[in-house]
Design a protein around this ligand. Structure first.
Ligand code: GLP
Length: 262
């Protein structure tokens, strides 16, 4: 089943992620991390970088692949996902920028870029742990409702809702938000060995209920997590508020043997 962990706040969620990733880096120094943008993973990255510093963990060989990028936006633009990943992950953790990849949203090469990206992930041996946020419409990466559950990395059209949601990063001006993106497909994401999805706040409650307890449907792309052998969904009470089986998730997490980890 998809494991659901209900936490008090983003820091508690971040610390669960950070401890899991720190263990991975210690056992596999050149591990491959799947990276995501958005506000949901920020506390997780902060906690991880604190842990890396406190425990003097060597991250020099860690590799990473981001989920997505806007199409046609200069990678140097402060809101490009290339810049965002550098600012929120690469710099604070002290990762080697050469080992961290973001899909190439350059319009002149975008038709080939998706296939090349999937190939690069495979050549790296696949993603060990993929962190995910979720859109209010249930999207993961930028796989909007209707995306094939078997899709590979490719160009997608953003929904108007996603452009409205993301306008806050573009001076609250939807016209500045690109209309297209390049995103890892749902099929690509499902190949990662462990998925950890984070969601906070009541705005995500419906998407989380659909993801975990709804039918598997391309209309809620995150519901594809139900097909994965090792998916962990970490949410606060507000994001968990529409889950019918909430008490059971709490009970099973409280009674989980410590050796099991997540
Ligand atoms: N492409 C990203 C997603 O990867 C992210 O999950 C989503 C939610 O962002 P937030 O975590 O800020 O709510 O935003 C964007 O659309």
């Amino acid at each position: 089943m998809t494991e659901v962990i209900i936490v008090k706040n983003q820091d508690e969620a971040g610390s669960i992620y950070a401890q899991r990733v720190a263990r991975l880096i210690e056992s596999k120094p050149d591990c491959v991390l799947g990276l995501a943008t958005g506000s949901s993973p920020l506390a997780a990255y902060r906690q991880l970088s604190a842990l890396v510093k406190n425990d003097s963990i060597d991250v020099s060989q860690v590799r990473g692949f981001a989920l997505d990028e806007y199409a046609g936006l200069d990678p140097k633009h402060p809101q490009s996902y290339q810049s965002t990943i550098n600012r929120t992950v690469v710099e604070p953790l002290g990762l080697d920028p050469e080992k961290i990849h973001v899909p190439n949203g350059n319009l002149s090469t975008i038709s080939e870029a998706g296939h090349a990206y999937d190939q690069a992930i495979e050549d790296a041996g696949g993603v060990d742990i993929q962190i995910l946020g979720i859109g209010t419409d249930g999207h993961i990466g930028f796989n909007e409702p209707g995306s094939s559950l078997a899709s590979g990395t490719r160009i997608k059209t953003l929904t108007e809702q996603t452009r409205i949601d993301n306008a806050r990063f573009f001076d609250d001006d939807i016209n500045q938000v690109p209309t297209h993106c390049i995103t890892q497909g749902i099929g690509t994401i499902l190949k990662a060995r462990h998925l950890i999805l984070l969601a906070f706040g009541s705005g995500k409650a419906e998407a989380i209920a659909e993801t975990v307890e709804g039918g598997i449907s391309s209309f809620c792309p995150a519901s594809a997590l139900q097909l994965h052998r090792h998916a962990t969904v970490i949410v606060d009470e507000a994001a968990a508020s529409r889950l019918r089986n909430k008490d059971y998730y709490k009970y099973s997490f409280e009674h989980k043997p410590a050796w099991q980890g997540i």
